[in-house]
Design a protein around this ligand. Sequence first.
Ligand code: BGC
Length: 384
Amino acid sequence: MSKKFFPKKFHWGAATASYQIEGGIDNNDWSMASKDGKVPACDRATDHYSRYKEDIDLAKSLGHNSIRISIEWSRIEPEEGKFDEKEIEHYKDVLSYIISKDMTPFVTIWHFTLPVWFRDIGGFLNKKSPGYFARYCEYVVSELGNLCRHWATINEPVVFATNGYIRGFWPPFEKSFRSYNRVFNNLVKAHKLSYKRIKSLDIGCELGIVKDNIYFHSNWNPFNKILAGVMSWWWNRRFLNKIHGYFDSIGLNYYFHKKFGDNSIYEKTDMDWDIYPEGIYYVIRELKQYDKPIFIAEAGIADEKDKYRGDYIKDLISNTHKAIEHGANVRGFMYWSLLDNYEWAHGFEKRFGLIEVDYKTLKRKIRPSAYEYKKICQSNSIEG
Ligand code: BGC
């Protein structure tokens, strides 16, 4: 066994998102949907909002030198055009604390949840939505820009549009291809406009997008091969192609593969997703054409018993290393997630955390796999 080293200053850490952990958020589209009984309630979640120091300390103790967080739009702009200074102060405190621990923050400005006022004007169906979104982004970066250099506007635009407007799983629970297209196009505009505004504020910051990509592959059948190719374009590249020239880096989320014409049985995560870590190599490779630095912004597994997580993380990271050896410009790896959290329509039942949360007592307990990941983070290398 030899050690494979990662580039110097590689970012190691874990990702989180505001609504999934903070608690106490009651004026966004998800909290409203939970009041209508359409999705599980989030309530106090992990109470990260008040316990962020404890959680950041835990991340530090696990050898992380970076962390990915998101800002809750409904806290910052609870009413149209009215920004809440107290809430922006909160995020200043969080970022300052991260920096005081000698860790690098990566901030996603918007991770799925919409303030109620924005939902009420139609969300991203509204043709003025890119302007509202860009105004919010501009405000956040103008206030927090001196505490963060790594920004992303939107988390997983294609998942947001698909789950909310085609599958009807997430607010606003629509099943309309027409709405999907409108949302998709407005998200493209929203990102581009925000990019221009943020760059005119702070030309030197690194501003990207977080995109979830799937490894589409197939058996020998030529039809399936074409299908895999079309799906890779449709799901993985179409959004990125439309915002070409408007991103400095790509945050890549990897969870899935889809093999057309394949009846193999794979081991499953608690989400019933195939365990297929090797797919990360191919999705990284696919991004080479954009010639931008890549951060693995999320990759992780729901595994309550912590049976697979340690090996899964090692396999993801070995495959990321292989992609780097083959020329990919990968700068960091953020495991999803630091803590157990609110897994959207699944509620609190699915557990992705390096740290287990007891939702009754809110006690945190580090899972054994987190120590395996710690060795990798601290040595900046993986055995292999
Ligand atoms: C999202 C997270 C989510 C994770 C696991 C990603 O799609 O960014 O919010 O919890 O996947 O499903």
